[in-house]
Write a protein that binds this ligand. Sequence first.
Ligand SMILES: NC(=O)c1ccc[n+]([C@@H]2O[C@H](COP(=O)([O-])OP(=O)(O)OC[C@H]3O[C@@H](n4cnc5c(N)ncnc54)[C@H](O)[C@@H]3O)[C@@H](O)[C@H]2O)c1
Length: 305
Amino acid sequence: MAKMCSMRRYRNLFLNLTEDENMTKIENITVVGAGQMGAGIGLVSAIYGYNVVLYDIADEFVSNGLNKNFSYLERQVSKDRMTPEKMEEIKTRMRGELDLQAAVSSADLVIEAIVENLGIKNKVWADIGKYAPEHTIFGSNTSSLSITEMAKASGRPEKFLGTHFFNPPVIMKIIEFIKGYETSEETLRAAVEYGKSMEMQTVEANEAPGFIVNRLMIPQLNEAYHALEQGVASREDIDTAMKFGLNHPMGPLTLSDFIGLDTILFIAEYLHAELGEKFKPAPLLRKMVRAGKLGRKTGEGFYKY
Ligand SMILES: NC(=O)c1ccc[n+]([C@@H]2O[C@H](COP(=O)([O-])OP(=O)(O)OC[C@H]3O[C@@H](n4cnc5c(N)ncnc54)[C@H](O)[C@@H]3O)[C@@H](O)[C@H]2O)c1
């Protein structure tokens, strides 16, 4: 523990961060949900010195998440971007867990990254609220859903906020922090310090469906599905036009496959219900989700992988 404290002080000095004795000190992080985002959040946190527990509902998901992270580290070593000693050190900071109570019992911060469904998230947050220590900060990686509602389900509304990472978290250097109705300033400050300690840009938003990025991005992705369905252009030309015409790193259909079409549909349905017609999901998106063509994670979406 003493060693971790001095490590944090060194990191804070290096990154010019101030120490605030009243703030929750984050050293142990539990990520609930070891899928695309949960594993990635665990990885970037472990790289920056945090102790990470990855929890999921089945061994297969936990192992996949850990193995994906280990492969990433091994690739860094093979490209001479990391020493083997550093890799081993980071690996020892990550472990898996299948029992939720054990997973959160010594967490300073719990980040939930499970399926984008408010009912399921609320249920899991109610359990986390029962098991986590009193000082623990709660963050949801939701892309759009109500922070205030999950905060209420957790029973700790002042300790709860949105911690919205981007995909993949080890590359995308930004976190959106979202305040719910009762999120305290101390909670927000501790979370922002955690983000900055990982050299992330941080932006703060008040609760609103989709926050900043997804509120602006989802209508654009949805319009690409309408354009494809109406025969405006081929999938390749839609992507090429947006990539070179707007200088985006990838086109909207490639990006959709990367995010996961099920996740996009969940977000679009929520934004539609909360904000009105202009967010109504395109029929093609629904059809593809019904067909199980969810993008990279299922091997096929707008493209085959
Ligand atoms: N994919 C993206 O680009 C992206 C970006 C930012 C935020 N998000 C958000 O992150 C969250 C996770 O998205 P993802 O893309 O990682 O999804 P994913 O499908 O890759 O992973 C979800 C994981 O949650 C697990 N899970 C489901 N129910 C659970 C439960 N009750 N308890 C514990 N684990 C459970 C699943 O087993 C799975 O491993 C969602 O809220 C999503 O909106 C996704």
